[in-house]
Design a protein around this ligand. Structure first.
Ligand SMILES: [Zn+2]
Length: 466
């Protein structure tokens, strides 16, 4: 739901919301989980176990189909390809070589020229809107096959972490499910058709958290998924009050925001089960998923991944790299060498995972490009979460870099945050970002959420040649 529909939904009384959400749930289920979905799911589960050569061959076949379709049916890509002299025969012979000749697709073009990008061989089955950090939403036109394959990849991920289909689950996403001003429960809504309890991420206050815990204990989900920042707030509350949950979930799957190590530790302690990280995007980027051995696998059957370093060259092992993706799960709005503005840390050497899956590994998902700070003395600094190590009394922290020499820190704290903690924290920051920098620390009542209800933990506000 987006735009006007969302506004109407938001003003409805709870019972109407419940009915509307469930009608939508029913329609979604019919659209997502059909026979084609089942076929894909089986195929993808087989590929997860397949040998490297089989996976590569599958990826190659998919790339041939995608490049051929855009050559013939997308105004944007066909004009580029014709200018480059790319032919159908070349694609069939070596699609990777053809791909390497294609220019990078930038976010602004993907957003502003979406009509030209469309692949007219496919019909739109769904239109999605994603509100970005900068004003107008990005529109996604999605075809039926892509809906089915995306959900099959998502369910394959669940399969690999031992979660069965149609499992009882709780989701914390950025959707405004109940009235934003609601002061008493319910802060959630049950979607009957997905056996899913949607919990609001906008009502997680100290006063409301006891109601969330009570509801979780009554519902007893086998899977919890969604934003790590929301799961972290609940976990911190559970751990702080030494609460014992009356259920142990099979898994917790987080997505959409950067997962920090301190969040993982807190969540695993509270729920007594493993946290699995997953990367995907509403624009239909290929998947990166964590396996039972705790490693992040590039799902090569969902697309092609390229890694570009700070200098704009192909990244070397061990480097921080910007992701450039070509996707097999959005045929209607094709992404070919798309600069998605997310960053990862590459493995320092090629390793085969002990879980048995031969899809390649990366070391870490770092986050948005503007999650990476830059200072003169230290250069690029990713993963600021380690600056919170050993500290007490910080409920939420946000680090905003205004300029190369000025950093603003907003903190939600409690009584445990003493002067000593403040000094320790500032020293941690100086160790990572350097000395000759102005650090301005604000203790605030609450840090507002960013676009789509996501929590912004780190942000660089000035442009860099990344
Ligand atoms: Zn693995």
């Amino acid at each position: 739901m987006g735009g006007l529909k969302e506004t109407i939904y938001n003003t409805m009384p709870y019972p109407f919301k419940f009915v509307l959400l469930n009608i939508k749930g029913y329609l979604n289920k019919k659209q997502r989980y059909n026979a084609q979905f089942e076929t894909f799911l089986k195929e993808f589960i087989d590929l997860w176990q397949a040998d490297g050569a089989t996976i590569k061959a599958y990826q190659k076949d998919k790339l041939v189909v995608l490049l051929t379709e855009v050559l013939e049916h997308s105004d944007w890509y066909s004009s580029i390809m014709k200018n480059l002299g790319i032919t159908k025969a070349q694609i069939e012979q070596d699609p990777f070589k053809v791909l390497a000749k294609m220019p990078i697709l930038e976010k602004t073009d993907r957003k502003n020229k979406v009509e030209a990008l469309l692949n007219n061989k496919r019909e739109t089955a769904m239109v999605g809107h994603t509100s970005g950090t900068s004003g107008s939403p990005t529109v996604d036109y999605i075809d039926r096959e892509s809906i089915n394959s995306s959900f099959a990849f998502w369910k394959r991920f669940h399969h690999t972490i031992g979660v069965k289909p149609y499992t009882k689950q709780v989701r914390f996403s950025g959707r405004l499910i109940v009235d934003a001003k609601a002061k008493k429960p319910p802060f959630w809504m049950y979607n009957y058709f997905d056996n899913q309890l949607l919990m609001s991420t906008y009502h997680l206050t100290e006063t409301n958290l006891k109601h969330y815990i009570k509801k979780l204990n009554a519902f007893k989900p086998k899977l919890l998924d969604g934003y790590p920042s929301a799961l972290y707030i609940i976990s911190k509350y559970i751990n702080k009050h030494h609460l014992k949950l009356s259920f142990i979930p099979k898994a917790i799957a987080v997505t959409a925001e950067t997962l920090y190590d301190y969040q993982r530790t807190e969540i695993e302690k509270a729920f007594q089960c493993k946290v699995y990280n997953q990367y995907a995007s509403s624009e239909g980027s290929p998947f990166i998923t964590e396996c039972t051995a705790g490693q992040l696998h590039l799902n090569l059957d969902s697309g092609v991944f390229e890694f570009i370093n700070i200098k704009g060259e192909p990244a070397k092992p061990g480097e921080i790299a910007k992701l450039v993706v070509t996707s097999f799960i959005n045929y209607r709005t094709p992404l070919i060498r798309y600069s998605i503005e997310d960053t990862v840390l590459l493995k320092s050497k090629d390793t085969v995972c002990s879980c048995g899956c031969e899809m390649p590994l990366i070391e870490k998902l770092i986050g948005r490009e503007d999650d990476i700070l830059w200072t003169e003395p230290k250069g690029f600094v990713g993963r600021m979460d380690t600056a919170y190590k050993g500290l007490e009394g910080i409920n939420k922290g946000q680090i905003i870099q205004e300029s190369p020499t000025r950093i603003i820190i907003n903190l939600e704290t409690d009584a445990l945050f003493t002067k000593e903690m403040e000094t320790l924290f500032l020293n941690n920051l100086k160790d990572r970002l350097g000395d000759n920098i102005e650090y301005k620390l604000n203790i605030v009542d609450s840090i507002p959420l960013g676009a789509n209800g996501k929590f912004v933990a780190v942000k660089r506000k000035f442009k860099l040649n990344f």
